[in-house]
Design a protein around this ligand. Sequence first.
Ligand SMILES: *Cc1c(COP(=O)(O)O)cnc(C)c1O
Length: 227
Amino acid sequence: MSISENILAVRQKIAEAAARVNRDPAGIKLVAVTKTVEPEAMQDALTAGIQDFGENRVQELVRKQPYFNDWVTWHLIGHLQTNKVKQVIGRASLVHSLDRLNLARELSGAAQPTGLVIPVLLQVNISREDTKYGLAPEEVMDFVAEIASYPGLSIQGLMTMAPLAPDPEETRPVFRGLAEMAQRVKVRFPSLEIRWLSMGMSNDYEVAVEEGANLVRIGSGIFGPRN
Ligand SMILES: *Cc1c(COP(=O)(O)O)cnc(C)c1O
């Protein structure tokens, strides 16, 4: 299938999953994950109505951004090293992978002189896999309390990655866990605008949407398998 056909199919499945739980699919943002994808194929995705690109490496984002207009929204979804922070400011509209205090400090410090405020999501390792980045669930409240006052940062939600499972149904408790955690953060920190639940990838986004995802990150489901 072509990129545009894939996008149509993904949108259709998002709409069906949303309908199963009485959600309005219009509130669900599809981020096309473009790691290893070259600008030509990315352009096809834009033509098919995509407005958001997700990159997991800063260098790749910096390299590809000049090919596109300002109206494309860029998401940094991968692990962010502190020495790359300066390059993210003003380039990524949303950082999905804030997972440690020193990164929060660096982002805040780099944002301040520019006058920009960096929207961030906290990455939470709900499944507690050793191989995954993210805050442990029990660390989240203290982390939010600590960084909520950092200038130049705006905490806007949570992100997680589910374990790769042969049956996507197995990932449901992970997504439910992140949604519940977001609810608790909202109650405890009512002044924050917690609006994004970034969860769901090509294998499991339908379950994620059923559990409340409103940012889904789809790569291979749109562009085909990566080598
Ligand atoms: C690669 C990646 C995705 C997309 O994965 P697919 O399985 O290709 O849809 C989503 N989120 C993150 C953080 C990624 O690195």
